[in-house]
Design a protein around this ligand. Structure first.
Ligand SMILES: [Mg+2]
Length: 219
């Protein structure tokens, strides 16, 4: 069966040490004089970077948003090192498995596109994804599947349907965005939600980690 596999990044493929990413964002806010905004207790899970930064900057104009975004990307590139990143169990094996199957593999992530590349490049996985949708322009994760689908069709030249896309992520928002587009939803309990919490959102399957993905695909 023809299928395309789209992966979320944070909580699904990898985890950037909490203190690295949050401290970096906190420092940037302070540079822009926002000393009273704390990022420490905010829930980022499943949200787009556009949404997170708009919230932190309290609905900024385009200029301010763009300046903060550029500084964030510069600082992330400068400071993020492979030691700051934990790659989850089964990620390399799953990506190798999909490569062997010559499956279309992409990203569906709330990260800014450049942030996605910086994080994945730090662990050598940036060239494993052929298409994707990112959190640069969209506040709502549900807007990402149509955008990823259009790029999949354009790049592959093949007649995929929304139900041929398998959207893999670690939060209820990932499940909801897959369901909203009529795609297959694979939840993985490596992020901040438990297996039971994800199962309650009725995805097509919940995996304990991506180590279980090849077996699930084979079945
Ligand atoms: Mg995630």
């Amino acid at each position: 069966m023809k299928r395309a596999y789209l992966f979320d990044i944070d909580g699904t493929l990898l985890k950037v040490q909490h203190k690295v990413n949050r401290k970096l964002i906190q420092r940037i806010l302070e540079r822009f004089g926002m000393n009273h905004t704390s990022v420490e207790d905010l829930d980022f899970a499943g949200k787009t970077d556009r949404d997170i930064f708009s919230h932190l900057l309290k609905h900024p104009g385009d200029d301010l948003f763009h300046q903060v975004k550029q500084l964030y990307l510069q600082e992330l590139e400068r400071h993020l090192s492979p030691e700051d990143i934990h790659v989850f169990d089964g990620v390399h094996d799953s990506l190798n498995y999909l490569k062997d199957k010559v499956a279309w593999t992409g990203l569906l992530t709330g990260n800014f596109a450049r942030a996605a590349i910086i994080k994945l490049a730090a662990i050598g996985l940036h060239d494993r994804f052929r298409f994707g949708a990112y959190g640069d322009d969209h506040h709502d994760r549900n807007d990402l599947p149509p955008s990823a689908f259009d790029e999949l069709i354009r790049k592959s030249g093949e007649a995929f349907r929304p139900s041929d896309m398998v959207i893999i992520g670690d939060t209820p928002r990932d499940i909801e965005c897959a369901q909203s587009f009529g795609s297959v939803s694979v939840a993985v309990a490596t992020g901040s939600y438990s297996h039971d919490e994800l199962a309650a959102c009725n995805p097509d399957v919940v995996l304990h980690s991506l180590r279980e993905l090849p077996d699930w695909i084979e079945q």
